[in-house]
Design a protein around this ligand. Structure first.
Ligand code: ADE
Length: 234
């Protein structure tokens, strides 16, 4: 997979590409990550990429020409162009899986007060991180790239995905590591029993309980298995 960030601030992604799991994935060439500065495509003689809103108003808007020309130059038949904006579809784990199947993901990061509306006609979809406004799309784009890259084969242990929060529609169960006791707080006995069937059952029950408590909305359209129904009645 290839991920291309269209941004006026390529340096924003420096720590992302040089830290921890993502750094290792890039070194092992499990994914290609690149930044393209769309300022390089402006035809303005002063290198401008923004302008004041027609009809008046505060702030500056990104102009259509540099972004449209940049997209025309870098788009490939296998690419999906995603624009980061609070008006987009809210990103979630399912979207992360959809993006992880795409051969070339292009993420357009806005800045300043917004985009010229015509930019929307050059992108395939708009994605938001949630109902809040950021100063630019870069912070949101890093989140998306991280969530997508960790799903790619070999980036993290494959087994680790299955139990992630949201992967089975439930929040992840509680986890513990040594010491067995700390300041009177102990690890649940079942986890030390070595009894795999009981551990699996306990984890499922905890996931259900947790989801009911913290995120009941996730259960609204769920079809519960017989085992889950039984665990919930206990
Ligand atoms: N750009 C500014 N705010 C944003 C948000 N909430 N999600 C994605 N991109 C954004």
């Amino acid at each position: 997979m290839r991920i291309t960030m269209l941004t006026l601030f390529p340096e924003y992604f420096d720590s992302f590409r040089t830290t921890s799991i993502i750094k290792r994935a890039l070194e092992r060439e499990l994914v290609t990550f690149e930044t393209v500065n769309f300022r390089d495509y402006t035809l303005d003689k002063h290198n401008k990429v923004d302008d004041t809103p027609c009809g008046g108003g505060q702030g500056m808007l990104l102009s259509v020409q540099p972004i449209a020309d940049c997209l025309k130059a870098i788009r490939t038949p296998g690419s999906l162009v995603v624009m980061m904006t609070p008006q987009g579809r809210t990103f979630n784990q399912q979207t992360a899986h959809e993006f992880a199947d795409i051969s070339h993901l292009i993420i357009l990061c806005g800045h300043y007060e917004g985009f010229d509306e015509r930019i929307r006609s050059y992108v395939d979809m708009e994605v938001s991180l949630g109902d809040f406004v950021l100063t630019g799309g870069e912070a949101a784009a890093v989140v998306i790239a991280d969530a997508v890259m960790r799903l790619l084969p070999g980036v993290i242990l494959e087994d680790s995905h299955a139990d992630d929060s949201f992967e089975n529609g439930l929040l992840e169960y509680p986890q513990y590591t040594r010491p067995i006791e700390f300041e009177g707080k102990t690890v649940p006995e079942v986890l030390m029993s070595g009894h795999h069937a009981n551990i699996r059952k306990w984890r499922l029950e905890q996931s259900l309980r947790r989801t009911m408590e913290k995120r009941p909305d996730l259960l609204e359209n769920r079809t519960f298995t017989k085992e889950e129904q039984k665990l919930m009645k206990q």
